[in-house]
Design a protein around this ligand. Structure first.
Ligand code: LLP
Length: 463
């Protein structure tokens, strides 16, 4: 997943068949700003601080494991996307990356819109007071109840994902006496350079309607005839954790090609195009993500160029970044429980969470960084694997990590860049309780999603 380099490792490379580790960093105490939230630094005692709070203080007050989120960083990244795209475009934060009512309010205040993809995400957004007109509703199998609720609430757009859904949404909207604004999600046939499970623009997968074979054109034909729908644009999302802009270039070229065909066939110029999300972030120092202003410039130029060539009015562009906004803003704080050196292999460091709070390593072979954060250390680097407390050997948080050789139970370690798709994909495996999300800023900390309790678990178990 990450593009971190995999050069030959140290001594035991021959016995370590699965790992991808590089040489130990020159300074184990250094915190690479690329992977840590913006307000992170160490205080004079070597303790990591974020938003003016020490991790030792946060651990004492809120316990571990915990996701610690830098609110100023979240707002700054959201604002940077908003500013980069300007007022002629829309930025929809992809709520699937991480959604809570506090997040909805921050987005609202920073002028972003919101992409939701389930009734639960829609309910969260509405309960936090988000203007429904600024919500886009996604999903490849929205239920009749979900669609009804979205149309009744007045969501700004529904992104249609199949022929059946085109008919279904039109029917529901018409029944409610409404004309629902909608986009059609198409697959443009791009192979995004990312993990198979999060690449979404090739044709052999569940999302969207293929451009190939005229299927997307047929979907447009149908949507334009239905009274319950107002077709406002075409949507394409090519995948996630992408660094290379060439996939977006091909996607924009093909989407604009469809807009041109629609103009030629129906005499209609659809006013919007959505290029989805998927921009990569740094999980390790080897990753080099682009800044929002570079992305905005590149995407706007591509679309403008393609439209000029096709003699089309430039449509309003929208994008849906999730990971690129929230990913870097949080880290997971763990307490070390056991340190188990395996002779001539490596040292296994067990923490008080694991695959229930971060499934990404097990699911996508994702790479992460990790640091000792409750103190600094001058001890030699040791090759470790940071693992969780679950009954499964694949319960790995950081596959290959160098930590100081004097690491001991009770130390706090932190895994940066866990703001996206960690809490939102968390589970109760082994009845482990999901950690809280604690927002910090200006010396204050507050829980925005509380820690699960045994009562929460037992409440669902009706006996
Ligand atoms: N728009 C659409 C239609 C999407 O399906 C997604 C992500 C996004 C936007 C936001 O993508 P982002 O900018 O966050 O990459 N669980 C996986 C990621 C799945 C993404 C699904 N869709 C992971 O942990 O990497």
């Amino acid at each position: 997943m990450s593009r971190s380099a995999h050069p030959a490792g140290p001594r035991h490379a021959d016995v370590l068949t699965e790992g991808h580790y590089s040489a130990p960093p020159a300074d184990l105490n250094a915190l690479d700003p690329k992977v840590w939230a913006r307000t992170v630094s160490r205080d004079e005692d070597g303790v990591l601080t974020v938003g003016g709070r020490t991790v030792t203080g946060l651990a004492e007050e809120f316990g571990t494991p915990a996701y610690i989120l830098d609110e100023a960083d979240f707002r700054a990244r959201a604002r940077a996307w908003r500013t980069a795209f300007g007022t002629d475009a829309d930025v929809f934060y992809a709520g699937k990356a991480f959604l809570s009512r506090a997040v909805v309010r921050w987005l609202d205040e920073e002028g972003l819109n919101l992409d939701v993809c389930s009734g639960g995400e829609l309910a969260t957004a509405l309960s936090a007071g988000m203007d429904p007109a600024r919500i886009a509703f996604h999903g490849n199998n929205k239920s009749v109840e979900e669609i009804t609720r979205a149309v009744e609430a007045g969501v700004g757009r529904i992104v249609l994902d199949s022929f059946q859904e085109i008919a279904r949404v039109a029917h529901i909207a018409q029944g409610l006496g409404k004309r629902q604004k909608a986009q059609i999600r198409i697959t443009v046939g791009v192979e995004a350079h990312t993990h198979e499970f999060i690449a979404t623009a090739h044709e052999d997968q569940k999302f969207g309607i293929p451009l190939a074979g005229g299927q997307a054109a047929e979907a447009v034909r149908r949507a334009l005839t239905l009274d319950g729908l107002e077709l406002i644009g075409i949507h394409s999302h090519i995948g996630s954790q992408i660094f290379d802009m060439s996939g977006f270039e091909v996607a924009a070229h093909r989407v604009v090609g469809l807009l041109k065909d629609i103009r030629d066939e129906h005499g209609v110029e659809l006013p919007e195009i959505d290029l989805g999300g998927g921009l990569g972030i740094a999980y390790t120092s080897a990753d080099d993500p682009r800044e929002p202003h570079e992305i905005a410039k590149a995407l706007t130029e591509i679309v403008t160029r393609e439209c000029e060539a096709a003699r089309l009015r430039v449509p309003r562009i929208s994008v849906e970044p999730g990971r690129a906004i929230v990913g870097p803003t949080a880290f997971t704080l763990y307490e070390v429980g056991t340190v188990k050196p395996l002779e001539s292999l490596r040292t296994y460091v067990s923490v008080d969470g694991g695959m229930s709070d971060n499934i990404r390593t097990a699911l996508y072979d994702a790479e992460y960084s990790v640091a000792l954060v409750s103190r600094t250390s001058d001890a030699e680097p040791m090759l470790t694997r940071v693992v969780g407390k679950h009954c499964e050997s694949g319960d790995i948080v950081v596959k290959d990590a160098f930590l100081p050789a004097d690491l001991a139970p009770g130390d706090l370690i932190a895994v940066p860049a866990t703001g996206a798709y960690c809490r939102s994909m968390a589970s109760n495996y082994n009845h482990v309780l999901r950690p809280p999300v604690v927002a910090v800023g200006d010396g204050e900390a507050r829980v925005i999603v509380r820690r699960e309790t045994e009562e929460d678990l037992l409440r669902l178990d009706v006996g």
